[in-house]
Design a protein around this ligand. Structure first.
Ligand code: FE2
Length: 135
């Protein structure tokens, strides 16, 4: 069973965002899967590196969308993205230092972070973006 099951609740209705969110869920699930299969710390660390890189790309793309739509809370949203990114980078550093001892902590954080951010913070901008450029 996957750590995060993609459900309709995650859909924002903005295709580019949904595609990127699906990919993020996929990478987080990959991390969990690697843990379950007993893969080495090096491989899991590589997955975290991919996650951070892709998350960075996604945030840039999402923030451009919000800027184009004139989303009034862009500044706060950007600050949250930065905070999340710093936290994941910190966790990766700790994972690198401590290895699999902190797997559960990393996994739980990623799951919580991704689902909460999509369901609460991202859902909040959907109507503004769709009104500005109906797809
Ligand atoms: Fe976001």
């Amino acid at each position: 069973m996957a750590l995060i099951d993609w459900t309709d609740d995650f859909e924002t209705g903005i295709n580019s965002v949904d595609d990127q969110h699906r990919k993020l869920v996929e990478i987080v699930n990959k991390f969990d899967d690697a843990a379950k299969k007993g893969k080495g710390s090096r491989i899991m660390n590589e997955i975290l590196t991919d996650l951070i890189a892709y998350t960075g790309e996604h945030f840039v793309s999402e923030e451009k969308l919000l800027a184009d739509a004139g989303y009034p809370k862009l500044k706060q949203h950007h600050a949250q993205h930065q905070q999340l990114l710093r936290k994941v980078e910190r966790l990766q550093f700790e994972f690198d230092q401590q290895g699999k001892r902190i797997t559960v902590e990393v996994r739980d954080f990623l799951k919580h972070w991704l689902t909460n951010h999509i369901l609460k913070e991202d859902k909040a901008y959907v109507s503004t973006v769709l009104q500005s450029s109906p797809s």
